[in-house]
Design a protein around this ligand. Structure first.
Ligand SMILES: Cc1ncc(COP(=O)(O)O)c(C=O)c1O
Length: 471
């Protein structure tokens, strides 16, 4: 009889699988380390068990205690599995951009989850990190493990992931590629591989556009990928380990994630697509003697309503829905990511100044209020202000002309630049306008009236064409 006494015994020793199709034609071999085959479905199972055991060993975690963690899901699942095995309670804080399914999974394992705003700075009392710290202070017998500063995070990879990679490749690995979230994977596994190979193995990080790892001086901007990138360097990251960090856009990462599912039957999360893009870029410049291993941290099941949902990607201008056959908004309107088709104003601009600018903008119907500068991410849009709302506000005796424009801005839906007018109109509901998105960036505003006109024009064109075909 062969069985495990506990799921914890199944953590680690994940397989390496060759990427055949997406890496076709590249000189070097590219292998993927498939971490979703851990019992909790991600690489984070590895750190969960070691962080809990360290807290037990130093007496901070006692029977009946509570494990608290700010987590985007995967670490939570790992901790929930370990907690069940050992009889602890789990209390997690998550940013609100995390896919709803991932939160449901945490709750299914019996954890309590507190949702926090994703767009506030890390040191804001409402951030998921600050809330976790507060809950630790307020909960008796609670321990905040904090994967961002915990030495057992990189150590789990130094002692587990790194040696596995070396063993599984018989020491032939030449390049290791991993996305950087807390930095634990790359710092731990990377340090081990460098040591064991006497510096021969190259360590390459993959990082989303807008994160600090690939551009420490640049502005921190929001991105769609989850679990990777940071607004500031965490203690769990050792910047001396990576030899190179490759920046990957949301569009590139999501495209590759969908390809991994369709061409390699690897249903993975968006950070896996990101890491794979970086790995293929590295493999392009290598030789047949090189062996690239890319770590794929988690499964795509938590992203079915996002990355794998045709509507979700179409509305962000990431992919055009082939079933949507009408002319696309980008063919019909002068949309531009660099110069969005709208007036873009900072939240503190006064109502009076906004009205003056609007008067000088021919055909301007809406103002986009945002603290960012183009290329603007959807998450940076505070809201829209319609021209008539602005005029009404200026004649409203309860308001002042120097009130900020943000005080009258309201959130509107978004549509994809690759959608047809009729498909886009379906997302408007009762709203008068929508923000138009191309590859994740704001490229303009379209009104409901414009969409109606474009839909009517398209219907007239198709009926003319049908009439011509039948005559
Ligand atoms: C989905 C996903 N990918 C990648 C990573 C990055 O791993 P690390 O935190 O070890 O840098 C994480 C970490 O949270 C993750 O959740």
């Amino acid at each position: 009889m062969h069985y495990q006494n506990s799921l914890l015994e199944l953590i680690g020793n994940t397989p390496l699988v060759r990427l055949k199709r997406v890496a076709a034609g590249l000189p070097a071999t590219v292998l993927a380390k498939v971490e979703y085959l851990n019992p909790g479905g991600s690489v984070k199972d590895r750190i969960a068990v070691r962080m809990v055991e360290a807290a037990e060993a130093d007496g901070r975690l006692r029977p009946g205690g509570t494990i608290i963690e700010p987590t985007s899901g995967n670490t939570g699942v790992g901790l929930a599995i370990v907690a069940q095995e050992k009889g602890y309670r789990c209390l997690f804080t998550c940013p609100d951009k995390v896919a709803a399914d991932k939160i449901r999974v945490l709750r299914a394992y019996g954890a309590t989850v507190v949702i926090c705003p994703a767009t506030v700075p890390v040191d804001d009392p409402r951030s998921y990190r600050s809330v976790a710290a507060r809950l630790e202070r307020e909960t008796q017998g609670a321990v905040l493990l904090d994967q961002y500063s915990h030495p057992e995070n990189p150590r789990s990879h130094y002692l587990g992931t790194g040696p596995e990679l070396w063993r599984q490749t018989d020491g032939r690995i030449t390049h290791f590629v991993a996305g950087i979230g807390t930095g634990g994977t790359i710092s731990g596994a990377g340090a081990y591989l460098k040591k064991v190979s006497h510096g021969r193995v190259r360590i390459i990080g993959a990082d989303p556009e807008g994160s600090i790892y690939s551009d420490p001086e640049g502005p921190v901007r929001p991105y769609l990928l989850e679990g990777v990138g940071q607004p500031q360097l965490p203690r769990s990251y050792d910047p001396t380990v990576p030899d190179e960090i490759i920046r990957v856009s949301d569009h590139e990462a999501i495209t590759m994630t969908r390809r991994l599912a369709r061409e390699e039957a690897l249903l993975t999360g968006g950070s896996c697509g990101m890491a794979a893009v970086a790995a293929l870029r590295v493999a392009e410049r290598l030789t047949p003697d090189d062996l690239v291993v890319v770590l794929l941290p988690d499964s795509g099941r938590g992203y079915l309503a996002k990355i794998f949902d045709d509507q979700w990607v179409a509305r962000l201008g990431l992919f055009d829905d082939p079933a949507d056959t009408g002319p696309r908004l980008r063919e019909l309107l002068p949309l531009s990511v660099e110069r969005p088709r709208a007036i873009v104003l900072q939240p503190e601009v006064s109502l009076l100044r906004a009205a003056t600018l609007l008067d000088h903008y021919p055909g301007g119907t809406h103002i986009v209020v945002t603290a960012g500068a183009p290329p603007l991410r959807l998450a940076e849009v505070v809201g829209l202000v319609a021209a008539h709302t602005l005029r009404d506000a200026l004649t409203d005796p309860r308001r002042s002309a120097i009130d900020p424009i943000s005080s009258v801005a309201t959130v509107r839906p978004h549509v994809g630049a690759g959608q047809s007018a009729s498909a886009a109109a379906c997302h408007l509901d009762a709203h008068d306008a929508a923000v138009v998105i191309e590859r994740g960036f704001v490229c303009g505003v379209v009104t409901g009236d414009e969409l109606d006109d474009l839909t009517r024009a398209d219907t007239a064109r198709t009926s003319r064409e049908t009439a011509l075909e039948t005559t």
